[in-house]
Design a protein around this ligand. Structure first.
Ligand SMILES: O=C1O[C@H]([C@@H](O)CO)C(O)=C1O
Length: 559
């Protein structure tokens, strides 16, 4: 039977050594990364979250959980709730309705970059049988780490001219990385010293201990602020079986790309010489790497975990080999038997992704609108029909047809906005994410887009500008993958389809945290009349805060 799992969390800043150097992380209950939540499909999570950050708000987003019937528990500041003030407690109560590999993270300012994240694993419901067959499992959450704190990063990004955060110093596997030393020092010609670790350091690698001739499930999720990654297990093939909580048609790879906001499961078999250990490596993709590969070990029983592999770590594909990345993404198809998407869309929204200026500040914009979140959470202002809480005018459904996506814009200025795409309840919506040239000539970057409240089908990828005449007939409506995060490649487009069947207000945004901070997102809303009573604790700010105060006074008057 389904259970309610009661959790009590305190979120606070802590001194920590994520990569061997002392820094400040946002921890939960004294842990970094935060505790892993493990539940079964159908369970309810009842989580009391107390903000002990002293001087700033906090919220937590349960990434991949659709929050059906509980949109106020989605954990997006200014969208689903007011940020939880220092000292206050908020109850996140929601159902985990589907087995899969998920994670959670801060969704206020750049707190994810400060390490506010952890894993959320949902097993199949009690009495149900997991369809994947394996003897054991591991879970890794990958992230990137800067020595500069996220508060300073926020100031840098919002300065004129913008100070870009640059590449991370270290990649972390389950919150552990090595900056001052390298596990593979004896193979590299760099100056990194060999790591001398006892194993109990905060930055000692998380080692995967395996027995020979078994099959393991490796769960992987990426909560990076910036980096796109490639993961490999030296000398072992991996079979990709799950993406973002959905089974996919299994396929075998030597290494795999993983973008921020994505999660996967792979199966691997320990069929190599058990007297050796093997590298697990995580490397930067899609941006010129200035960050060393993250390494840990696959440790075969009974070999000592201190024995280093005899060959060098896996060599990732070249960072700018986009053909390689596209081939991997296009290989991901839904598992046979999964329902296909609706064959037709009711509305198509084309979203142009550009880097812009507003008054000399660098921004990211969607159809020339750079998102600035309002002071009243949309969920409350939409449910209660409060006027002037956000731009009443809908943001544009398309961009000028003569816009040249291959070149810097003729006019690089854009505007701020916080309008909402109001979706008809139960309608089928297509989104074409259209990439373009950034501010500088010959620059176009990868952006992983994440949708809250839904999964979408990834029905196509293409080069250049999307054209309905040319590209419509090539969309995959037969077996597209169903997921919550999808990338757009440089100078290309990605087509998504979803059904707007979840009453609430939902963020849809680039999962690169500095890009979201600079405005790279939009807001969808649907089924406002079906939104159930929102807990008051989610509404105590802005116009909804005033509304509650007024109601309170009126009630007092009657007593
Ligand atoms: O938003 C970004 O800004 C920098 C660069 O365009 C300006 O320094 C970068 O690489 C981004 O992704």
């Amino acid at each position: 039977a389904a259970k309610t799992r009661h959790l009590k969390w305190e979120v606070e800043y802590m001194h920590w050594f994520p990569d061997g150097r002392e820094g400040v992380v946002i921890g939960i209950n004294g842990q970094f990364p935060g505790p892993t939540i493990r539940a079964r499909a159908g369970d309810t999570i009842h989580l009391n979250l107390t903000n002990k950050l002293h001087t700033e708000g906090v919220v937590i987003h349960w990434h991949g959980i659709r929050q059906i019937g509980t949109p106020w528990a989605d954990g997006t500041a200014s969208i689903s709730q007011c940020a939880i003030n220092p000292g206050e407690t908020f109850v996140y109560r929601f159902k985990v309705d589907r087995a899969g590999t998920y994670f959670y993270h801060g969704h206020y300012g750049m707190q994810r970059s400060s390490g506010l994240y952890g894993s959320l694993i949902v097993d199949v419901a009690e009495g149900e049988k997991e369809r994947l067959k394996y003897d054991g499992e591991f879970n890794i959450l990958v992230s990137d780490w800067w020595h500069k704190g996220s508060r300073e990063q926020e100031v840098d990004l919002s300065s004129k001219p913008m100070r870009w955060i640059g590449e991370p110093q270290t990649l972390l596997i389950n919150g552990r990385g090595q900056f001052n030393c390298s596990l593979a020092a004896h193979f590299s010609n760099s100056s990194a010293a060999p790591c001398k670790l006892r194993g109990n350091e905060q930055y000692a690698p998380y080692i995967l201990k395996v027995h020979p001739n078994k099959t393991y499930r490796l769960r992987i999720a990426s909560s990076t602020a910036l980096a796109a990654l490639n993961l490999a297990i030296g000398h072992h093939k991996m079979v990709v079986v799950e993406a973002d909580g959905n089974y996919v048609a299994p396929f075998s790879v030597e290494n795999m790309d993983i973008y921020s906001g994505e999660s996967y499961s792979v199966l691997f078999t320990t069929d190599q010489d058990p007297s050796s250990n093997y590298w697990i490596s995580v490397s930067v993709r899609g941006r010129e790497p200035h960050t060393p590969q993250a390494l840990t070990l696959l440790n075969y029983h009974p070999t000592s975990p201190s024995r280093l592999p005899t060959s060098p770590p896996p060599v990732p594909p070249r960072w700018d080999d986009y053909g390689y990345s596209k081939a991997f993404s296009k290989n991901i198809l839904t598992a046979p038997g999964s329902p296909p998407p609706p064959s037709k869309h009711d509305r198509r929204i084309v979203l142009l992704n550009t880097q812009n200026y507003i008054d000399g500040y660098t921004k990211w914009s969607i159809n020339n609108v750079s998102l600035v979140l309002p002071t009243t959470p949309y969920l409350g202002s939409i449910k209660y029909g409060l006027a002037n809480a956000f731009d009443a005018k809908s943001p544009p459904d398309r961009f000028p047809h003569d816009y040249d996506v291959m070149r810097p814009a003729a006019n690089q200025n854009s505007t701020y906005g916080n309008g909402v795409y109001m979706l008809e309840f139960n309608s089928t919506v297509d989104v074409i994410l259209q990439n373009a040239n950034a501010l500088k000539e010959n620059v176009s970057e990868i952006h992983p887009w994440h949708l809250h409240g839904h999964d979408f089908w990834v029905i196509g990828y293409g080069e250049g500008k999307f054209s309905s005449e040319k590209d419509e007939s090539r969309l995959n409506l037969k077996n597209p993958p169903y997921r919550n995060t999808a990338v757009i490649f440089p100078y290309g487009w990605t087509a998504l389809r979803f059904v707007a069947d979840n009453p609430g207000v939902w963020a849809f945004h680039c999962h690169i945290e500095p890009h979201l901070h600079l405005g790279m997102g939009v807001v969808f809303a649907e089924g406002a009349h079906l939104i159930d009573t929102i807990p008051n604790e989610a509404l105590g700010c802005g116009l909804t805060g005033k509304m509650l105060m007024k109601n309170n006074n009126n009630n007092n008057g009657h007593n």
